[in-house]
Write a protein that binds this ligand. Structure first.
Ligand SMILES: Nc1nc2c(ncn2[C@@H]2O[C@H](COP(=O)(O)OP(=O)(O)OP(=O)(O)O)[C@@H](O)[C@H]2O)c(=O)[nH]1
Ligand SMILES: [Mg+2]
Length: 373
């Protein structure tokens, strides 16, 4: 056995073997031999508020990730610490461009984000990718898929990818994503990309936290199939028809013409900006630079006419209102007495003994008394 530092060659390697036997084995460590002072086995250091703040501001990725974990925690104590950290980093937030990307499952959102993200990083930007995935609370695993689809991006030093926080209501996920966005801004990320599946309420939620909202589509899938209701198009600052490559390019161009026509008849999402249809291929990179140029134009125009700042302000107020709603609702529904009464009174409503408005009134009266206790 040829000993060399803490690695050795196994017995079956011939004595005078050359480089063709590259095998070497790292020596195991007996747990009894590990000293408490050994750096490698030190338990996770407790961080105080300043540790979190300084770590985030220095873009220490370990601390950044731990701060986000704190934000995502459902524990009251963690939440309090998180709020204190957020308060301290607040002056360093708000400097990024926040972009939301929606589209049906499989439209190519993650592929697009990877393509755009790599492009931006090559230009010197720092990119954070967050996800709001209402389905992840059910399927749990869908983001894993995202990770593999953004492999190249994930490897970049100037990129930070954080999957959707799992568990909880869309409202809870939204709060966590919003706060995570602020933390990423404080850490110096200047472009935040938020991916969301275009189902249900999540588009509206993401629209309420970004500057630019992009609807990614695929040609020929049928509007109903893509769940494209007029309402979603009205939220978008650009419609981007993806997968415009190979045989699909012609179809994408046709779809672009169709959507351009349709866009004449809808209300645009942002004052002073005309929502238009574009094509791209996230896979081969065509059209990615062009859409970024449009986003830059959007930023310049909306900053010039003040819409950018007005939107940010109204988003802040909207955020506060959402938080009030959340707190009131959870205060009510988590109350033990209400829970019991709710069952009893619901049964009476179903029986036709009480009308729903009177039932609601009764429950709220009970809640009022509960709060006085
Ligand atoms: N031909 C072609 N395929 C693409 C393009 N963009 C994405 N795809 C493929 O479409 C599939 C879905 O892409 P994703 O990026 O995972 O789509 P997504 O919208 O993020 O999907 P979910 O996260 O599941 O909602 C993958 O197999 C991609 O390789 C494109 O521009 N051209
Ligand atoms: Mg995806």
């Amino acid at each position: 056995m040829t000993k060399k530092s803490n690695t050795y060659k196994p017995d079956w390697v011939p004595e005078n073997a050359g480089k063709e036997f590259a095998t070497s084995v790292v020596k195991g460590v007996n747990p009894k031999d590990i000293k408490k002072s050994d750096k490698s086995v030190k338990s996770r250091k407790h961080l105080d508020i300043d540790d979190y703040v300084n770590g985030v501001l220095a873009n220490d990725r370990v601390v950044l990730a731990r701060t986000i974990t704190l934000i995502e925690s459902n524990s009251h104590v963690h939440n309090e610490t998180a709020q204190k950290v957020l308060k301290k980093i607040l002056p360093d937030t708000g400097k990024s461009l926040r972009i939301g990307i929606t589209g049906v499952p499989g439209a190519g959102k993650s592929t697009f984000i990877e393509s755009l993200g790599l492009d931006l990083i090559s230009k010197g930007h720092k990119v954070a990718v967050l996800a709001i995935d209402p389905s992840s609370t059910v399927t749990k695993g869908s983001i894993l898929g995202d990770k593999t689809r953004m492999e190249n991006l994930a490897r970049q030093e100037n990129c930070f990818i954080r999957p959707s926080p799992s568990g909880g209501t869309l409202g809870g996920v939204a709060r966590k994503t919003r706060e995570t966005m602020l933390v990423c801004e404080a850490a110096g990320y200047d472009v935040i990309l938020i991916e969301t599946v275009g189902v249900g309420q999540s588009e509206t939620t993401v629209r309420s936290m970004v500057d630019f909202f992009l609807l990614l589509m695929i040609a020929g899938a049928g509007d109903e199939l893509q769940g494209i209701k007029k309402g979603v198009i009205e939220l978008a600052d650009a419609l981007l028809i993806n997968k415009a490559d190979g045989d699909n390019k012609q179809k994408a161009l046709l779809a672009k013409t169709d959507f351009s026509m349709a866009l004449h008849y809808i209300q645009h999402a942002t004052r002073g900006w005309k929502t238009e249809a574009y094509i791209c291929s996230a896979l081969n990179g065509e059209g990615i630079k062009e859409i970024w140029n449009e986003i830059m134009k959007f930023r310049d125009i909306t900053k010039e006419n003040g819409v950018f700042y007005e939107r940010r302000k109204s988003q802040t107020i909207e955020w506060m209102n959402k938080m009030i709603e959340e707190k009131l609702l959870s205060g009510f529904y988590d109350n033990n007495v209400i829970r019991k009464e709710l069952d009893v009174i619901s049964a009476k409503v179903l029986n036709g003994d009480i009308l729903p408005p009177a039932a609601a009134e009764m429950l709220l009266e009970v809640y009022k008394l509960e709060r006085k206790k």
